[in-house]
Design a protein around this ligand. Structure first.
Ligand code: ADP
Length: 793
């Protein structure tokens, strides 16, 4: 608390300094104001820190915002901007103008010339904000771009592949507006390029993450994955699916929804062993079977159609838990997607090998400084401090919030709850108040829509099926008498403005129809009452809500059964009141949020291992891709590769050695002098000489040193990337494999680390051997344009 006060005081001191510049800036001519950029850059060059030039820089942008857009950032926005510069999180309510706030820290941090990024949850917002603000930055002499081809520019050429040069020009802009997922994919692809000329990213410097809780908490666990060549699709999916369908609850498996765990009992394990005709399910040789059973169990017991995914046109598409959007092109980790497809009896997509993967937390871990903003983060402050070392500072609203958040209405059954919410909607609709009705899932949004139609109420439905109309629907949502049914996605991004005469009627009414976490609830409530507008929010929940069933205790379940029994007796209790039930629900909410936090911690632990390995791998790769002379590296790797091969072929019969030479060095028949077989040193010398002979033969076909180096680079990178693809694939599978072990009382984190480390070492050794193959067994040539052509087998 005290620290909070000190921090806020510091922010106010800086705010005063910014304000002191206000009149001077106002008095300047356009030219003088534009010239501030040069002056500030010069001050930086002379050794001033960003913090020292902050007041002048912020005052400059503020005045430019005013002259170009007619918007002068309020004091509270400057405060938010100061928090963002410090690398903290600014909690700013919806409608307070976060877009404009970000102009100040982006401008300031871009002055160093290392780039400043604004990261939004979706491309629509990134493009909208960039288009709105580019005139300001450009007027001040900075370059700005989205990190993707803008929808408005891409007419007719959307199919054209984007060149590295084009991407590089985006990423070299002073200020970049982009999406978190776009950045993640670009990062992964950039790292898979084998020519420096095809890479387009420079080191990450500064980022402001919009809706930071969504990016760093809600989506922290789903990795972004780039898939490589498909691997063979195993028919184990079908077998595992059939097996799991045959299981008898309690006897064969146990389900602990609260811990998100499901596992086979002793009985279930025996059944599996009989079913798959194996001796021991936990034996290493049964790993794949175990993994497929675990996947099928998850698909059946934790993932629900209409909640976690949708089946459309015979395809399984994931839904984002947090906001109900479709996650197109994103697949759940290795195999789970196919397990769901099997469960839903649709065609299985090809199984892909993971070539590279990264989670948002580790992506943003690569930046020098990261800050964020959101309407509701204070409730997660502890986690932000513990995991990301980011403080959360609450920024006061420009005008006092007069919205009223009414206490939840608690019902026993879903049906009663929905009826009550619909009746309330009708009542508001009659007096002309606009209503935003929030459904817990896509499925429920369709049910609610049906119910409204039955009552003859015209309305819009905003869910994953009609995302494209989102902006238009949100624009209409504040008009008199408008009714909008939406999934949680309505909580983010676009601003609902009130239509004529709506203020007098009480403003927008947000009606929730599902129990949610405190943070998401606040997000949604915040759609109403922006910039001092009136408004209300109220949530209608029932004991049957998914949120409750996932964390319910035995006592709570008994209580529910008791209530249902009464209903069947003809004495139904519809609504629940009183402090006891409220307290129980509060406890339950705490339990759910700490479980979610625990799961994210575990994921971050796994990811830390991946991060370290990725880092050391890419250091080596960076050396290979940039070095102008790889001769020494080539010699050393060949040397180490030979050592490794000899270690593996310790028997060294003549046949073995001949085999080894044919597999790694040359397809030709080679005369091997018998006596060296028993002398390891001579044998190694022999192999080294052989490889140099083969390399020399290749060398004569090349035109110059540069071409030789290019050949080396291609060979080394091919070997490395194959190794890394295997490693990432292994780690992804290992995670899925080990995830279930926690329930059996073993520490998954520890097992993961040990295995991951061993496999990494093994991979590096494998790369050395593979380097020999790539260098010696490849064929090279020069085409008519004098370009090098290499083909590896
Ligand atoms: P948020 O993302 O915080 O919900 P937005 O950035 O979408 O808010 O801004 C909400 C609205 O407030 C926009 O229409 C914007 O033009 C307006 N706005 C923001 N800052 C100011 C300001 N300083 N003066 C006047 N209007 C502003």
């Amino acid at each position: 608390m005290l620290l909070d006060q000190i921090e806020k005081h510091r922010v106010r001191v800086l705010l005063n300094r910014v304000n002191r510049w206000r009149d001077r800036m106002r008095a300047m001519s356009d030219e003088e104001l534009q010239n501030q950029t040069a002056i500030l850059r010069e001050q930086l060059a002379k050794g001033k820190t960003l913090e020292q030039i902050l007041p002048r820089a912020y005052a400059t942008v503020r005045e430019a915002d005013y002259r170009i857009l007619g918007l002068f950032p309020y004091d509270v926005q400057v405060m938010g901007a100061i928090v963002l510069h410090k690398g903290y999180i600014a909690e700013m309510k919806t409608g307070e103008g976060k877009t404009l706030t970000a102009t100040m820290p982006l401008y300031l941090n871009a002055l160093e010339g290392k780039g400043a990024m604004l990261v939004t949850p979706n491309g629509y917002l990134a493009e909208r904000d960039e288009t709105q603000l580019a005139p300001v930055y450009e007027w001040l002499g900075l370059t700005v771009s989205t990190a993707f081809r803008k929808l408005s520019d891409s007419k007719g050429q959307s199919e054209k592949k984007i060149s590295a040069a084009e991407k590089r020009s985006w990423y070299n802009s002073d200020i970049i507006y982009t999406t978190a997922s776009g950045l993640a994919f670009d990062f992964l692809f950039n790292n898979l390029e084998t020519e420096k000329a095809n890479q387009y990213l420079r080191p990450f410097n500064y980022a402001v993450i919009d809706e930071v809780d969504e990016v760093l908490l809600d989506e922290a666990e789903s990795p972004f994955v780039v898939a490589n060549s498909p691997t063979v699709l195993s028919n184990l999916y079908q077998a595992a699916d059939d097996f799991v369908t045959s299981l008898i609850p309690k006897r064969d498996y146990r389900l602990k929804r609260r811990d998100n765990a499901v596992w086979l009992t002793y009985h279930g394990v025996r059944k599996a062993e009989a079913y798959f005709r194996i001796n021991n399910l936990y034996d290493a040789s049964s790993r794949e079977i175990y993994r497929h059973i675990a996947l099928a169990l998850r698909a059946h017991f934790f993932l629900k159609n209409g909640h976690d995914y949708l089946v459309t046109d015979g395809k399984v598409v994931l839904l984002d838990e947090a906001d109900g959007r479709l996650k197109k092109g994103i697949k759940v980790s290795t195999g789970l997607h196919q397990a769901i497809e099997q469960k839903e009896h649709v065609d299985l997509t090809e199984n892909q090998r993971t070539a590279a993967s990264i989670t948002f937390p580790s992506l943003f871990g690569l930046f020098n400084k990261v800050s964020g903003m959101s309407g509701t983060v204070k409730v997660s402050e502890e986690e932000f401090i513990n995991v990301y070392n980011m403080k959360v500072i609450q920024i006061p609203t420009n005008k006092p919030v007069i919205r009223r958040d009414l206490p939840d209405k608690i019902f026993v059954t879903t049906a009663d709850k929905l009826m009550a919410a619909i009746n309330q909607t009708i009542a508001f609709h009659k007096i002309g108040r606009p209503v935003l009705l929030v459904a817990g899932s896509v499925e429920n949004s369709e049910i609610i829509s049906e119910l409204l139609l039955n009552h003859g109420i015209v309305h819009n439905v905003l869910n994953a099926f009609n995302e494209s109309r989102e902006a238009a629907m949100i624009r209409e949502a504040g008009q008199q008498g408008a009714v909008t049914v939406a999934t949680n996605m309505a909580g983010r991004g676009t601003d609902i403005k009130l239509g004529k005469g709506v203020k007098e009627k009480g403003g927008l009414a947000v009606i929730g129809t599902e129990m949610l976490s405190e943070r998401v609830k606040l997000q949604l409530a915040g759609r109403a009452g922006r910039q001092g507008d009136p408004g209300t929010s109220q949530f209608y929940i029932s004991l049957e809500d998914k949120y409750i069933s996932q964390a319910s205790t035995a006592r709570f379940k008994n209580y529910y059964r008791h209530l249902i029994a009464k209903k069947n007796d003809g004495k139904p209790i519809i609504q629940l009141h009183g402090p006891r039930i409220r307290f129980s629900l509060l406890m339950l909410q705490n339990r759910v949020s700490s479980n979610a936090e625990e799961a994210r911690k575990q994921t971050n632990k796994y990811e830390t291992t991946m991060k370290l390995q990725r880092k050391s791998f890419h250091e080596i790769r960076e050396h290979v891709i940039t070095s102008k002379n790889l001769e020494q590296t080539v010699q050393r790797w060949i040397d180490e590769g030979i050592d490794e091969l000899l270690k593996r072929n310790s028997q060294k019969s003549l046949n073995e050695i001949r085999n080894m030479i044919n597999r790694h060095f040359t397809y030709n028949d080679i005369e091997i002098p018998q006596p060296i077989l028993s002398n390891p040193k001579q044998l190694k010398e022999f192999l080294k000489k052989l490889s140099n002979q083969i390399l020399t033969q290749k060398r004569v076909q090349l035109i110059n040193e540069e071409q030789l180096n290019r050949f080396y680079r291609k060979a080394l990178l091919a070997a490395m990337d194959e190794g890394w693809t295997d490693q990432v694939d292994y780690l992804t599978k290992l995670k899925a494999y080990i995830d279930g072990w926690g329930a059996m009382g073993r520490d998954p984190g520890y097992i993961y680390q040990v295995r991951a480390f061993n496999q990494f070492e093994q991979m590096l050794r494998e790369v050395k051997i593979n380097t020999i193959n790539k260098l010696l067994l490849s064929t090279i040539g020069i085409n008519e344009k004098q370009q090098l052509i290499v083909s590896f087998n």
